[in-house]
Design a protein around this ligand. Structure first.
Ligand SMILES: Nc1ncnc2c1ncn2[C@@H]1O[C@H](COP(=O)(O)OP(=O)(O)OP(=O)(O)O)[C@@H](O)[C@H]1O
Length: 629
């Protein structure tokens, strides 16, 4: 009953995935790590009637998860299962107290990241990559460069084989079923062969057959590779329940049971809580945890676990009555024998590929995803061309006509605003969705934030630049602007850099706010800044808003473009009006608009500074969010 690690299951249950042990033989052996914890408390700040109050979610609990075992953390909804996993995995740090041990040593943050991975409830995988592509890129990002590409490929194939994903290797991830996606998210993390795997609700959304397959697979992974596997679970069927080696049951943030599933009924019966005949023990456990057998029973159970938890870090905790003392003893002896081997885990920090290799693979991944989403890409380019043609039609030939200078100013403003919006909106919506994947991958140590951000910019900047040029070239020509190369150069550069600056604002909004808020705040911010470029002359701006005029990068771009079109010693303009052209001399226009003394170089410097500062701010905000635990 005790040695679940060695107890390979022999059911012939027609499952898709049965080859784990064999297929993963080629993987480098990782140290066995037992995880134990004591006096674990987790507190959050909440607000009641606008008053800040502390809410304790985990109340000084203890427990032990052993290598080679699959442990289910169970309990009713809201009892603190995910919180416990978050705290143990190091995902939630602030607000937690207590001791977490890896084998005999207190948990070290870096070591924990090196030997464990955390797979959260939602399947945040890259929809547009195939299963094999996802795995290959993960292998390149997570394994050291000293591992050859051939060896990485064979490791990927082994894992796909082990998790029953080989036949879906070339399937795009978005076409996978829920169970297959879950298996893929595990496979992605198994590449580094972590000693500890935390899985939050891995069976949610799966039908009973998929659940059963999935749990068998996890049990196999735990047994064959001596991994410590811990997953949260809601209310499993009796059959599923039995597949686990250990159950850790929580009730309102307190432990009421830890031990094998088969001991649940006898354990509670000894405490005069009797399971009705033919009742699913998992249901019974939840009912006890909810308090259906009386709250005094629960209090008694809390007290028992508290006393037994003082038994020590690496022993069983709850099952401490006479019948089970033997079990505890056996495990402790086993611990002593393997102590030397266990301490090894501290020396094996994985060497990650250097940042440029990470950038290369992340860039390659982004390009592959863009290529696979051609419709979106073409639509983005086509929209720029279509608007260029509409604007050109509306402002046909206004660029070289003294009678149409004001119309040309509107064209410049419209162009500016259009490219500002396309830059902004292209990323403001996508980034919040992207953030969830980034969070998972970054937490599991795939790459650094710097590499990630550079790889995103390496794709987004050229793409937005291309879109801008698709707009600028026809619009400039058809609206009859000056054909001097210098003026065209300034026009194109200012519009493109403004669009990229706006894109950086989109990144910032997407990184700092939830989607619903960012799609509102981003455009409002842009409108506010654009008002100070066009809708109001400088002398008319109320003094309290003057700073906004100077701050506005859209204003900087708008004034610079008009200056480069009508300044820089442009001669007298042809006039289509036979009677009178007020702005025959373009200097007159610039003077009246208060643009005559614009220094386009300093404005360009300001635009670039704005762009860079926003990138730095965005990276800082993301870094803070990713590390705020
Ligand atoms: N940041 C927070 N602020 C306030 N309350 C929180 C916070 N995080 C968690 N909680 C509360 O702590 C309790 C435990 O949450 P947790 O998500 O761990 O429960 P769970 O057992 O995983 O639930 P479920 O099975 O429904 O996912 C819940 O009552 C939840 O509302």
């Amino acid at each position: 009953m005790v040695d679940h690690a060695k107890c390979h299951r022999t059911e012939n249950n027609n499952e898709e995935v049965q080859t784990t042990g064999r297929a993963l033989q080629s993987f480098p052996k990782k140290p066995e790590v037992h995880l134990s914890f004591e006096s674990l408390t987790y507190t959050v700040n909440t607000y009641i009637n606008l008053k800040k109050v502390k809410k304790e979610i985990l109340h000084g609990i203890g427990g032990s998860f052993r290598s080679g075992q699959l442990t289910a953390v169970m309990g009713p909804s809201g009892c603190g299962k995910s919180t416990l996993l978050n705290v143990l995995a190091g995902y939630s740090i602030s607000g937690s107290s207590g001791k977490v041990y890896l084998n005999d040593s207190l948990r070290d943050k870096n070591q924990m990241a090196n030997i464990s991975c955390y797979i959260q409830q939602d399947d945040y995988v890259r929809d547009l990559l195939t299963v094999r592509e996802s795995m290959t890129i993960a292998a390149h990002l997570k394994l050291p460069t000293t591992v050859s590409a051939k060896s990485k490929a064979s490791q990927v194939e082994d894992l796909l084989d082990a998790l029953g994903l080989s036949i879906h290797g070339d399937t795009v991830t978005k076409r996978l079923s829920g169970g297959q996606k879950k298996r893929l998210s595990i496979a992605l993390e198994l590449i580094t062969n972590p000693s500890i795997l935390f899985l939050d609700e891995p069976t949610s959304g799966l039908d009973s057959q998929s659940c059963s397959q999935f749990v068998s697979l996890m049990a196999e992974l735990a047994h064959n590779q001596s991994r410590t596997m811990v997953c949260t679970l809601h209310q499993p069927s009796a059959l599923l329940f039995e597949k686990f080696d250990q159950v850790y049951a929580l009730s309102s943030g307190r432990c009421i049971y830890q031990g094998p599933p088969s001991s649940v009924i006898p354990y509670f019966a000894e405490r005069l809580v009797v399971c009705p005949p033919y009742h699913n023990p998992a249901d019974f456990l939840i009912e006890v945890a909810i308090g259906e057998y009386g709250t005094d029973v629960l209090v008694g159970l809390f007290d028992t676990t508290k006393i037994t938890n003082t038994n020590g870090r690496n022993g069983y905790h709850t099952i401490c009555d006479e019948d089970h003392e033997e079990i505890e003893l056996e495990i402790r002896q086993e611990d002593n024998n393997t102590n030397d081997e266990q301490s090894l885990y501290k020396t094996e920090l994985l060497k990650k590929p250097p940042f440029y290799v990470q950038i290369y693979h992340l860039y390659f991944r982004n390009v592959t995803m863009y290529k696979r989403n051609k419709t979106n890409l073409l639509l983005r380019i086509a929209a720029h061309l279509a608007v260029a043609l509409i604007m050109s039609y509306m402002y046909l030939g206004v660029g070289n006509d003294a009678a149409q200078v004001l119309a040309n100013m509107k064209f410049v403003y419209g162009s500016n605003l259009f490219l500002v919006y396309t830059g902004l909106m292209a990323v403001i919506v996508s980034f919040p969705l992207e953030y969830m994947i980034l969070k998972r991958e970054h937490f599991n140590g795939w790459y650094t934030l710097f590499s990630y951000f550079i790889s995103v910019l390496l794709v987004e900047i050229p793409l937005q630049t291309l879109c801008c040029l698709v707009y600028i070239v026809p619009a400039y020509a058809i609206t009859g602007q000056s054909l001097e190369l210098v003026r065209f150069g300034y026009f194109a550069v200012f519009l493109t850099v403004t669009s990229l600056t706006s894109q950086s604002v989109g990144f910032l909004c997407g990184a700092t706010m939830p989607l619903k808020m960012s799609v509102f705040v981003g455009p409002v911010f842009v409108v506010l800044l654009s008002v100070f470029g066009f809708a109001i002359r400088f002398p008319d701006i109320p003094s309290m808003y003057v700073w906004l005029h100077h701050f506005s990068f859209i204003r900087a771009s708008f004034q610079s473009i008009l200056y480069s079109l009508y300044g820089l010693d442009r001669g007298v303009l042809p006039c289509s009006d036979e009677m009178y052209c007020h702005y025959k001399n373009p200097v007159k226009f610039l003077t009246e608009m208060e643009f005559a003394r614009v220094n386009i170089y300093s404005e360009f410097f300001y635009l670039c500074s704005f762009l860079l500062c926003t990138y730095v701010l965005t990276t800082t905000v993301i870094w803070y969010r990713l590390n705020k635990r």
